[in-house]
Write a protein that binds this ligand. Sequence first.
Ligand SMILES: [Zn+2]
Length: 266
Amino acid sequence: MKIFITADIEGITGATKWEETDQTNQYFLELREQMTAEVKAACEGALNAGAKEIVVKDSHGWGCNLLHKKLPREVKLIRSWAAHPYSMMYGIDKTFDATLVIGYHSQAGTDGSPLAHTMTGNMMHVKINDLLSSEFVISAYTSGYEGVPVAFLAGDAALCRHAKSFLPGITTVAVKEAEGSATYNLHPDLAADMIREGVENALKGDLSKCRVAMPKTFHVEMGYKRHMDAHRCGFYPGAKQIGPNIVEFTSNDYFEVLRFFEFCIL
Ligand SMILES: [Zn+2]
């Protein structure tokens, strides 16, 4: 069994302040350790379920957050960014048996986390076929595009509910709940234990229930915080500015949607 893991940091237990997610900040070090611990737990769960190969994409900020030496030897780690439209899913292909998503967070336009955003802090919202989409949804469709089931998600509770409604067969572990600027967090060791167990059970289960149904047509609506960003992205081939802050784009090919995101999520 070959497993792909994509990992972010804002949905790790404890993560609450932007400063903690910034690698130049002193508070980042502790969160980096816990991001590594949660990814390690996911890897251990996968190995317990029979995985032989694991590729991890470090998908937060500068992409160099995880401490490779603390992960199992089977892990090949992708650091930094390839400037490829697969973005947080870069490295996935049809040879993988399942995708695991760790440390993901609520999307822009929702109040599920004090760190809610979609890809960057500049988007008011990203909708795909009218669904207020998260990085989880964007990544899940990328996995679906490669025919790889999405078996597991760990992140904030609101994102877990959103993921369950998008893909009912997925196993989720909510490591925290939020209200306003506050977060209620699981103990770091308990979060890791729940992730290890959740991943193992998910991968021993029926992965066909975790296949992502790909729509025939993807209609994307982008809301920008800055009207000048909408103006600029309205010039992307095939895109159309339909309001001061809103741009839309439609394609039957999800890769074209990802290409659009690569250039127009600013
Ligand atoms: Zn992030």
